[in-house]
Design a protein around this ligand. Sequence first.
Ligand SMILES: Cc1cc2nc3c(=O)[nH]c(=O)nc-3n(C[C@H](O)[C@H](O)[C@H](O)COP(=O)(O)OP(=O)(O)OC[C@H]3O[C@@H](n4cnc5c(N)ncnc54)[C@H](O)[C@@H]3O)c2cc1C
Length: 397
Amino acid sequence: MDLDAIFVGGGVIGLSGAWRAARRGLSVAVVDPAPGHGASWVAAGMLAPVTEAHFGEERLVSLLVAGADRWASFAAELEETTGLDIGYQRCGTAVVALDTSDRAVIDDLLELQWSFHLDSVRLSGSQCRDLVPALAPGVRGGAHVPGDHQVDNRRLIAALLRACALSGVDLVASEVVEVTTRVDRSATGVRLIDRSVIEASTIVLCAGSETGLLGGVPPDVLPPVRPVKGVVLRLRGSASVPLVTRTVRGLVHGRSCYLVPRADGSLVLGATSEERGFDRTVQAGAVHALLDDARALIPGIDELELVECMAGLRPGSPDNGPFVGWTEVPGLAAATGHFRNGILLAPLTADALVAMVVGNPVPDPLSGFGLGRVIRGGSGHAASTSARPISTRTPER
Ligand SMILES: Cc1cc2nc3c(=O)[nH]c(=O)nc-3n(C[C@H](O)[C@H](O)[C@H](O)COP(=O)(O)OP(=O)(O)OC[C@H]3O[C@@H](n4cnc5c(N)ncnc54)[C@H](O)[C@@H]3O)c2cc1C
């Protein structure tokens, strides 16, 4: 019997969508040779609509704010379902500047945030140190952003995998080589690397930065995502005497870095942003630069143990916004291109994917983030033409 939906890729997007769809009573499979070990594993887990607000991205900022609003209930339901703590911390964020030019940049960003009615408060250098006592004496000032929180993305992945298993999602440990189609071009399923085929009414492409590489359909049907490399370090600290207790995002002579504290006292230190194709090597220079900048802000990191250096590939898009919607191939949907905010946007994206799979339009605010905005002839609102409505078997719990 055909499935209702196949999710190609089991990162935070595919796993969240599959879990929510299975909760809705749909029959679902996720195909991934290494679920949860793409960008979703490397990420820092910041849920940061305010500090991710950039000039010229007004529409995206509204989406990020909506994404953040969805998090508390998503986290509560996931923890209740699985009995696992996902490290969702409403810890707020301090933004700090090392020199006066950095301070001027942060002041400009504050003006932007206030123009969007986002909640952030300008701080002097000493107010920054009151908020984060571990900061270096030279820090010039910055801001407090009380609503930018975090989740431990690795705990999140573990919980999503368990939630999927508990909800009956079929986790297929394999690689999809192509989408299979009928003569009328509609999608019927996926062919795996061992040549076997799985069929479903809807195929959702959520293979992160590799989504554009899938075969079986013309390349220009696929969302134009590209890999944007980010190197992240993990430092081990003390849970009983944590160095910092809220996220610190800093500017150091024009370069940005962040330190995200976990409940166990460890710190996630990131990140570079590099256009190097699918290269995942960690270069010494990147590690050196990150450590150098972070210790200029928080000298105490010198005493922590460096336990991991890893590179991940963000799924970048031409306008930094995600692609969530139908492709031109009937039955073939995409959810990718979440770039720097895939963890933040996972709950909202999952809701949209469930709506699509059951034959409803993509809900706001994701309705404006279809493929039609960049692909000639595509449609951002194609649910009515490409979705194949199906009925759910059990009511949502
Ligand atoms: C350094 C760094 C820091 C980040 N920090 C944050 C942050 O603080 N907050 C935030 O919100 N976001 C952050 N992000 C962004 C976030 O990690 C991504 O947007 C998000 O993880 C994308 O999820 P995804 O499921 O689309 O992709 P991925 O997590 O990359 O998952 C894609 C999956 O598809 C699978 N796949 C690929 N090809 C195939 C195939 N042919 N067949 C089957 N499976 C396939 C892969 O194995 C992989 O598991 C960060 C990213 C990086 C790299």
